[in-house]
Design a protein. Structure first.
Length: 271
């Protein structure tokens, strides 16, 4: 679900306030700033990002909710060229491209809102966590998406084996581009793909399962090994996200069945 918000850093200011309330601790954190993110098709310039989160911790339990807004622009030569060519088509070829594209596929001044919720449990032996996130967007180019993940683990000495699963899906409807009466068959096939792929962005919809173990082998150091099994929900459409592969909807099968497996090793510094 972390693809919902690909921002990993920002230039700005963060403020935090904490207060003990009864048996628990309330923490409020706010931030604002700007950043730039590289993606498969180009780059996202976040001119303004701001948000607020609340965390409540009581004993073994912790709950967090967050809300943030982003004003951004998307820069991509290939996407810009696709949009320009579609909007210039006469109605006899595409009956509504000239009106639909400008209304749903802005590249500048995009407003994206993110809502997150999660909770975790840690009693020193058992650990568990659940997270849910949803991104709303004013442009189909930065697609509205939602996702969740859940993880559980059990500490055995310095080792913590864990399992997890998660899901990500696009929430926006297809743009509904309609071929005109004079559209050739090849263009009709391309338009079908553009609708399914939300104008060539692709389909990131997927389910994932994770298995791994963490080894706290030294003070402030941990080694983590993790195996992920990922199933893309619509492999025929193609994807331009973290997992990138071509479409099979334009006459050339990609040969991809939608299944991806990864094995990763991480060295973490624990503070």
């Amino acid at each position: 679900m972390y693809a919902i918000n690909p921002i990993t850093y920002q230039d700005g200011v963060t403020g935090r306030w904490e207060k003990k309330m009864g048996s628990g601790m309330l923490a409020v954190e706010g931030f604002f700033g700007k950043t730039k993110v590289s993606v498969a098709l180009g780059s996202v310039d976040v001119q303004r990002t701001k948000g607020l989160s609340l965390r409540w911790t009581d004993g073994n339990w912790s709950t967090r909710v967050g809300y943030s807004t982003n004003t951004l622009s998307f820069t991509s030569q290939s996407v810009s060229a696709t949009l320009k060519s579609l909007t210039s088509l006469p109605a006899v070829v595409c009956s509504n491209c000239a009106s639909v594209i400008p209304s749903i596929a802005a590249l500048k001044g995009i407003e994206a809102k993110l809502k997150t919720f999660g909770f975790s449990y840690d009693d020193g032996m058992w650990i568990g966590q659940f997270e849910y996130g949803k991104r709303q967007s004013s442009s189909i180019i930065v697609a509205p998406v939602s996702g969740w993940n859940v993880l559980a683990g059990y500490r055995v000495g310095d080792f913590t084996p864990f399992v997890g699963m998660g899901s990500l899906k696009v929430d926006s409807a297809e743009p509904g581009l309609i071929a005109g009466p004079g559209a050739p068959a090849a263009f009709k096939a391309q338009l079908k793909y553009l609708n399914a792929a939300r104008i060539a962005i692709g389909s990131p919809d997927r389910d994932a399962y994770a298995f791994g173990v963490r080894w706290d082998f030294a003070k402030n150091l941990a080694l983590k090994a993790q195996f992920d099994s990922i199933k893309m929900a619509k492999p025929e459409i193609g994807s331009t996200g973290i997992i990138t592969y071509p479409t099979s909807m334009l006459g050339k099968p990609s040969g991809f069945d939608g299944r991806v497996s990864t094995l990763t090793f991480n060295l973490d510094f624990v503070f």
